[in-house]
Design a protein around this ligand. Structure first.
Ligand code: LMR
Length: 329
């Protein structure tokens, strides 16, 4: 089915190319790795609707969800090559390209939704996006998912000591790996689309993710313990292929930017709501044991992560850390 779909896509592409002189139909192929019913999945759909509306159908966004087209391993290269025009990986997965974004992955750097919104949708977001130095891609916006929680099939995860010896799946990203190393846990880098299976076969004991990702991929069914730790934040860098972007007429670029701004604001609110509703659903309809970190436990975690703060501060500077901790509105 997907292969057929892709063949049709390619035909659309060559057909587009032939439409010289007429109002050219423009297609944005947007690949992502999560389910449709998630903050990113829904934002992609909202964006597609808004773009079509604002351009009277001239620009169409075709969405490929659940990693059916590209996975964590290869979506960025596909964007660079221009095989697809848009992706929205987590900022953690972009750290090789944008080392300054390590700051965004520091555990407990984000504490509240208003701070997240100020950083990722306010003026600070432009500053962060301008740090992408890869000439083949252009950052348009950040989309939100939510705060990350810890799950495990081993012991409950409340004290730093509880992580010792357990193996956790991590998405690609050095800060997250180091976070688990400081907790004396082992890590396995694994694409998102393989996490359910990795947990099911016990290749990994646990993982960290947002409620939305734990819910939509049914990870709570293959885990015994869930700690509401809110220790990290998962958000996405929405990027387009630069050459594709440069080839767009200016008025179309403006309409796409406008659709993106509206989607970003919508997504922030929607994401927070969604994570809350889905947490409620997991509580009511599953047997997973839930815990919430106490202030004292959080202090112990933070203490454990101090070397990571020092390391990242040395690399990105104190100012950037402070900007994220207290962003201008
Ligand atoms: C993950 O790999 O766990 C997430 O980045 C997946 C996603 O895109 O939300």
């Amino acid at each position: 089915f997907y292969q057929n779909n892709l063949d049709n896509e390619r035909q659309t592409l060559s057909y587009d190319d032939e439409q010289e002189g007429l109002e050219k139909q423009i297609t944005i192929h947007f690949s992502h790795v999560v389910a449709e019913n998630t903050p990113k999945g829904l934002a992609a759909q909202k964006f597609a609707e808004l773009v079509s509306e604002k351009t009277n159908g001239q620009v169409q966004v075709h969405i490929f969800q659940n990693g059916i087209l590209y996975s964590d391993d290869d979506e960025y290269e596909a964007l660079q090559r221009g095989d697809i025009e848009m992706i929205a990986p987590s900022f953690s997965k972009m750290i090789d390209t944008v080392p300054e974004w390590k700051v965004l992955d520091l555990p407990f750097i984000f504490n509240r939704n208003s701070q997240v919104e100020a950083v990722l949708a306010g003026q600070t977001s432009d500053h962060l996006l301008s740090m992408i130095k890869d000439k083949k891609v252009k950052g348009l916006s950040f989309w939100s998912n939510g705060f990350k929680q810890m799950t495990s099939d081993g012991t409950p995860l409340l004290e730093p000591e509880h992580f010792r010896g357990q193996t956790f799946r991590v998405m690609p990203g050095p800060v997250i790996e180091e976070q688990f190393r400081l907790l004396n846990a082992r890590t396995v880098v694994m694409p998102f689309t393989e996490v359910y299976q990795g947990l099911g076969t016990r290749e990994i004991d646990g993982q960290e993710n947002t409620i939305s990702n734990i819910y939509s991929k049914r990870l709570y069914r293959v885990q015994k313990h869930l700690t509401i730790s809110n220790h990290g934040y998962l958000a996405y860098a929405v990027m387009v292929n630069q050459k594709f972007w440069n080839g767009l007429p200016e008025d179309i670029q403006e309409k796409i930017q406008e659709a993106m701004r509206e989607t970003t604001l919508w997504n922030m609110k929607e994401a927070a709501k969604m994570n809350e509703l889905q947490l409620q659903d997991i509580k009511e309809n599953s047997t997973i044991q839930m815990y919430r970190l106490t202030e004292q436990q959080k202090k112990e975690w933070l203490q454990t992560f101090q070397p990571l703060y020092r390391e990242v501060e040395e690399e990105v500077g104190r100012d950037l850390i402070e900007l994220i901790q207290s962003p201008p509105d």
